[in-house]
Every structure is written in structure tokens, then in C-alpha cells.
Write a protein that binds this ligand. Structure first.
Ligand SMILES: [Zn+2]
Ligand SMILES: [Zn+2]
Length: 230
């Protein structure tokens, strides 16, 4: 993949990964400025807020989540093309940009003391059939970056027990039902407090189902962390 990307760079001039304009950098200065970390958010559902940080907002008032905290580093808008390239094309360039963005945003997150208490960073796993085809789990890459930064070990704790429809292909209601019963815990040594990572959070249904599975197996506190909140 690296060799291929280098060859392509020689044939085609470099482009900004987000807007596609000619750019010497992976992100042009304009996109770089536009991509902003989430500064204020609801720590219960990771919804970006105009001001202040609260645990509970209008978006989650009627929801009953299995996880305890949900945080997001960026808004999905402004980052959608980078994320698409990162997720579906396993691009080294996009992964480099994503890694930099994660490291830039992590220190600004609220609840640093809560994060530091986690014993393990884990991630939403891919079904083996998807992994076989795509060979890259974006959630795992993000989890490993977070793990390095927080100096908390990264471990795979969950496995997919069924191949579900992709969440992006479903409506809101279907998205909530789709992940039901699709995870199992694969360790006998489940930590009490853990960080559960995914790439993009939209309905939080996948994170909720994974958190429910972890809680049923004995986890006490699940802190969800996503790169982007749609
Ligand atoms: Zn750009
Ligand atoms: Zn909320």
C-alpha cells in the first residue's frame, strides 16, 4: 500500500484529502482550519453543544444507554471525506492525518480523570468476513492511538457473533435494532472500567449494544469514545 501510494503521488499531483484541491499537504490550509475539535459536548451522548459541557441534553433526555459516558473528538461534517478514505481505502495518508487529529484533540477532552481511571482501551470489532475483505478496522486503529497516548493497554474484548447490515444503509429505527445480540465478550478477565472506541457515532446503537454486552459480562463503567459525532 505504501509503495502504491508513492507511485500514485508521482503520477498524480497531491490533493487535499478532504476537499480534493491541489495541495502539498494531506490537508489544505483551509480544511485544516475548518476541522475543529469538539469543545463543548454532552458527556452522556457525545452531542456537540454550543456552549458548556453537560451530562445530559435535549438529544438524550429520553434515552436509556448501557454506557456511562460518551465522548467525541470531532464533528463528522468537515471530516467526512478524510474518514471515508481512512475507513474504506485503508489509506496510509488518511491514517496519518487521523492519528494527528486524535492526538491534537485528546488533551482537550472533558473528564480527563475519568479517562485516566480506565484499565483498558477496547474497540468495536469487525466481523471476520468484513475484516477479511477490508483488512483494516478503523476503530481498532483509533483505539491503539488513544491507548498509546493515555498509556493504557489496548485489548480486543469483543467479537462479532453475526454479520449485520451496515448501519449507514439503515433508517434510524432499524439502526437501533440492527446490532442487537451481535457481540460476545472473549475474555474471562474483564476490567471494571474501560474505554470503548468506535470511528463514527450516529445513533450510538452499536456502542450501546457493545456496552450492554460488556456490562452483562461484569464491566462496571463503560466510557465510549469516538473520533467523530454525526
Ligand atoms: Zn482541503
Ligand atoms: Zn446528551
Amino acid at each position: 500500500m505504501v509503495a502504491l501510494e508513492k507511485t500514485l503521488d508521482l503520477i498524480f499531483p497531491q490533493k487535499c484529502l478532504e476537499c480534493g484541491c491541489p495541495s502539498d499537504e494531506d490537508l489544505c490550509p483551509l480544511c485544516n482550519r475548518r476541522i475543529k475539535c469538539v469543545e463543548n459536548l454532552c458527556t452522556r451522548c457525545a452531542t456537540p453543544l454550543k456552549s458548556g459541557t453537560f451530562h445530559g441534553c435535549g438529544n438524550c433526555i429520553d434515552k436509556d444507554y448501557a454506557f456511562d459516558v460518551a465522548l467525541a473528538l470531532y464533528k463528522y461534517e468537515g471530516l467526512s471525506n478524510v474518514l471515508h478514505t481512512f475507513k474504506y481505502r485503508a489509506s496510509i495518508k488518511a491514517a496519518k492525518v487521523v492519528k494527528r487529529l486524535i492526538l491534537e484533540a485528546l488533551n482537550g477532552l472533558p473528564l480527563q480523570d475519568t479517562l485516566e481511571k480506565a484499565k483498558v482501551v477496547t474497540f468495536i470489532p469487525m466481523h471476520w468476513a468484513r475484516r477479511f475483505l477490508r483488512e483494516f478496522n478503523s476503530a481498532e486503529f483509533i483505539a491503539r492511538t488513544v491507548s498509546e497516548h493515555l498509556k493504557i493497554p489496548c485489548e480486543k474484548l469483543l467479537e462479532r457473533t453475526k454479520l449485520t447490515e451496515r448501519q449507514v444503509n439503515l433508517s434510524g429505527k432499524e439502526r437501533w435494532k440492527n446490532p442487537e445480540g451481535s457481540f460476545k465478550v472473549i475474555t474471562a478477565n474483564l476490567p471494571q472500567t474501560l474505554i470503548l472506541v468506535d470511528d463514527v457515532a450516529t445513533t450510538l446503537a452499536t456502542l450501546n449494544e457493545a456496552a450492554k454486552t460488556l456490562k452483562e459480562a461484569g464491566a462496571n463503567k463503560v466510557i465510549c469514545l469516538t473520533l467523530a459525532r454525526a
